[in-house]
Design a protein around this ligand. Structure first.
Ligand SMILES: *[C@@H]1O[C@H](CO)[C@@H](O)[C@H](O)[C@H]1NC(C)=O
Ligand SMILES: *[C@@H]1O[C@H](CO)[C@@H](O)[C@H](O)[C@H]1NC(C)=O
Ligand SMILES: *[C@@H]1O[C@H](CO)[C@@H](O)[C@H](O)[C@H]1NC(C)=O
Ligand SMILES: *[C@@H]1O[C@H](CO)[C@@H](O)[C@H](O)[C@H]1NC(C)=O
Ligand SMILES: *[C@@H]1O[C@H](CO)[C@@H](O)[C@H](O)[C@H]1NC(C)=O
Ligand SMILES: [Ca+2]
Length: 441
């Protein structure tokens, strides 16, 4: 995340009709009173089907899917650093469940902690009763307070992928291109093994297939480089009948002044930062010399109305047939959602998704969405959730909520739902002034 500047601008924007009009969505609230919910998982804990939702302030809440009862599952509040202020990008930034979580209850967290200085800490945590067992896998010093990354996920190879921001205070640093630094990188670890390194136990092993494992100039954990601050990545579960696409990793990489981008993460690739931002060259000397450079599948100019990208899933659910096989992402500042449709080997076409009109959603689905989009979650059957808040100063408010995307009612006769209100989420009014939150992530 990075909030380098907040510019108040007047937008004169004519709402563009979406090509996906027939695929409008309704929102059903599944949890509220949260403090910056920024990652979720859908799983089973002790035979209870739950959503686990991480708050930036340091807890992972468990929400019982049937009863909606919420409790704290993991509480790291005493261990992490986070201040009660605007532009705070530290705290608990992400988690991933071990592929065998249902049996071993191991999960992995990415949080910022202070041991005389700030570190991005990746650790394995297991809760047994009320006791938390923790093993620190990596503690990476972070130079600035922003662009700290935070995404963790397991690939279909069973390895843990870690997405670290470049930790920079300004775009001039080239840590993302520095092979001896873990900043601005995607790392890949085997967390089911350990190694003894310099007579100390290291609670992971570097997979033999990591691209730079034989090159002593490189940190062997590096899987890919040249990333700025990837904010939310996902693994495609594959086409349900053909398996096509299974295992592909998609990320949104937040931009600096000019462009946001969507990337497909592949082994040994260089995503260009900070020589290139999106597809714009920032360093004429270096742009032609980027080895194994992989360009984004899509870029989105800030001038076209995006503030900071929030990557989502490649949709494999069934509720929205028109979204099948499309890549979904959103905008932090406005909460708008978009899809990318792959229509030839090189071409991904963008269109906007719209919230349905009030009378097309049942009363239960007439939730009032929050302003800021923090993440897009995915349930076990591929259905989607929005993690949002009205106030990003997380420690002081509980303005966060999680919504499930549900289809509109088949019967569109107007519904009356008492005092429930629904604020329009889309199509900023012509000439309205709106906070253009540039580069929060
Ligand atoms: C970064 O580079 C720009 C352009 O070269 C320069 O104007 C700016 O002062 C630099 N910022 C820092 C912190 O060095
Ligand atoms: C590293 O070296 C080993 C032994 O020579 C070889 O088997 C392996 O394929 C190499 N790995 C990579 C990623 O180059
Ligand atoms: C381009 O990158 C090189 C290598 O990191 C650096 O030395 C140089 O100052 C950069 N040039 C600009 C204009 O930022
Ligand atoms: C995006 O911005 C870049 C540079 O700022 C410009 O060259 C390009 O034409 C823009 N693209 C669109 C679609 O406006
Ligand atoms: C494919 O994408 C291009 C550019 O984004 C668009 O012009 C074209 O209409 C699309 N083709 C189809 C078949 O959707
Ligand atoms: Ca890039």
């Amino acid at each position: 995340m990075e909030w380098t500047r907040v510019v108040v601008i007047t937008l004169v924007m004519v709402h563009v009709t979406s090509s996906a009009d027939s695929e409008c969505f309704c929102l059903k609230e599944i949890a509220s009173n949260l403090r910056n919910p920024l990652q979720m998982a859908h799983t089973v804990v002790n035979q209870e089907e739950v959503y686990l939702i991480a708050e930036q302030t340091g807890t992972i809440k468990s929400v019982n899917v049937k009863s909606s009862i919420i409790h704290d599952y993991i509480d790291l509040q005493e261990l992490i650093v986070i201040e009660n202020r605007f532009r705070e990008e530290r705290g608990l930034l992400g988690f991933a469940l071990h592929p065998k979580f249902v049996n071993n209850l191991k999960l992995y967290t990415y949080s910022i902690r202070n041991f005389k200085k700030d570190y991005a800490v990746i650790s394995e945590i297991k809760r047994s009763g009320t006791v938390l067992d923790e093993r620190i896998l990596l503690a990476i010093p972070i130079p600035g307070e922003q662009r700290n990354g935070g995404q963790l996920l397991f690939g279909i190879d069973g390895y843990l992928y870690i997405f670290i921001g470049d930790g920079a205070e300004s775009s001039n640093t080239s840590r993302a291109q520095d092979r001896t630094s873990l900043l601005g990188k995607v790392l890949r670890l085997d967390v089911d093994s350990f190694e003894i390194v310099n007579d100390k136990i290291q609670y992971y092993k570097v997979p033999e297939e990591n691209p730079f494992i034989n090159d002593t100039d490189w940190r062997p954990e590096i899987f890919a480089l040249g990333t700025r601050n990837m904010w939310r990545c996902s693994v495609d579960s594959g086409d349900p009948s053909t398996g096509e696409g299974k295992g592909t990793i998609y990320c949104g990489d937040t931009g600096d002044d000019l462009q946001e981008e969507v990337d497909i993460i592949t082994k040994g690739s260089n995503y260009g930062w900070n020589y290139r931002e999106g597809n714009i060259c920032l360093n004429a000397t270096m742009c032609s010399k980027i080895a194994n450079e992989v360009h984004p599948i899509h870029t989105f100019n800030h001038s076209d109305g995006i503030s900071a990208i929030v990557g989502g899933p490649l949709y494999r659910g069934t509720r929205f047939p028109g979204l099948a096989g499309k890549y979904i992402f959103g905008d932090f500042g406005s909460g708008h959602l978009y899809m990318l449709q792959h229509n030839s080997s090189e071409n991904w076409q963008r269109s906007e998704l719209n919230l349905c009109q009030k009378n097309k959603c049942g009363c239960k689905a007439l939730a009032t969405p929050r302003q800021f989009l923090l993440a897009i979650g995915e349930g076990n059957s591929g259905e989607m959730f929005l993690l949002m808040t009205d106030n990003i100063v997380a420690k002081s408010t509980t303005a966060g909520a999680v919504y499930e995307l549900v289809p509109p009612l088949a019967d569109t006769k107007p519904v009356t739902c008492g005092s429930v209100s629904s604020r329009s989420f889309i199509g900023l009014l012509i000439g309205s002034t709106f906070l253009f939150l540039h580069n929060y992530f």
